[in-house]
Design a protein around this ligand. Sequence first.
Ligand SMILES: NC(=O)c1ccc[n+]([C@@H]2O[C@H](COP(=O)([O-])OP(=O)(O)OC[C@H]3O[C@@H](n4cnc5c(N)ncnc54)[C@H](OP(=O)(O)O)[C@@H]3O)[C@@H](O)[C@H]2O)c1
Length: 345
Amino acid sequence: MDELPHTIDSEDELIEVMTRPRPALVAFVGSLSGALVILGAGGKMGPTLALLAARAVRAAGSHVEIIAVSRFADKRTRGWLEDNGVRTVAVDLMDPGALSRLPESENVIYMVGRKFGTNRDPEETWAANTLLPARIAEHYAQARIAALSTGNVYPMVPVGSGGAVETDRLTPLGEYANSSVARERIFGFFSRRNGTPVTLIRLSYALDLRYGVLVDIATKVRAGQPVDVGMGHVNCIWQADANEMIIRSLALASSPATAINLTGVRPLAVREVAHRFGELMGRPARIAGAEGMTALLSNTEKARRALGAPPTPLDTVIRWTAHWVAAGGRVLDKPTHYEVRDGGF
Ligand SMILES: NC(=O)c1ccc[n+]([C@@H]2O[C@H](COP(=O)([O-])OP(=O)(O)OC[C@H]3O[C@@H](n4cnc5c(N)ncnc54)[C@H](OP(=O)(O)O)[C@@H]3O)[C@@H](O)[C@H]2O)c1
């Protein structure tokens, strides 16, 4: 793997670093044929995942077509993907007739999901997280599907317990988390009924420099605002590592569906991270509250056995984030609300 830079100074450099394909990914995409379809590709993760896949295809000398499907509320995202060799299809999957516009494929990555706004419009969240998975699972019954889920499907566990494992009961708090359990159950139902191979990816907190838990904490430290440590520990993963493992997780798809936890190996302590940002940015961190005995934590042993450990050290991502935020790098203004403990989003 190429050397990681000490700092990342521009969005172009960020994209370059985040979409450098490693040999394991190049080998995997080289084994695919036809098209790789990414549904819900217009959000926070999809564009870099699609470009990573496209660069891996080029490195493999393969002819697999990467097709990004989304509403593309932000038209610039669509243009940027097209400019970078990714075919796009703009469609609202809720629309009647949307399915007829979907490209054929043997390999599908499903990234659609709704979290924020659930308190205000729970119906929208349940529809997005249940109706769409049903339609997509039926439509792509002959494909294999890597479907994004979330670590929020577990209830909180004691800090120091090692985190929830895939066989734990899915009894979380709040409508978003329960609709995410439903998203999994619907993919699981169709996987059994139609024999469709499915991987359910229980992701916790991808880190970009433009959004993510570290950006949330660093932004508060820089502004001199208190960092709430009630949710005292969080699981995070560099988004490029998550994207790579999501694509490669297609190889793990099975019927009945298989679930994997995807995040960093060890949780980060929010208080320690805040103080580290304080040191790196020359501004002492202010702390509010006290650490809860429990947190939303998951154990990644299963994913590490199958796909290896995420290669990018979180210390490096903390250093990149401090530099990015201190330099006023562009952020998306999409806070993660990682501090929420009552399941309300
Ligand atoms: N990012 C994380 O840290 C994280 C952590 C845990 C789990 N996850 C899961 O991973 C998945 C991807 O994460 P993300 O952060 O990229 O999510 P995201 O920012 O919400 O992106 C999903 C995208 O799907 C598209 N979409 C939504 N409804 C659609 C519809 N009806 N028709 C077509 N496209 C639609 C939207 O893009 P446009 O409308 O702009 O096209 C949306 O931005 C999500 O399902 C999420 O649950 C993410």
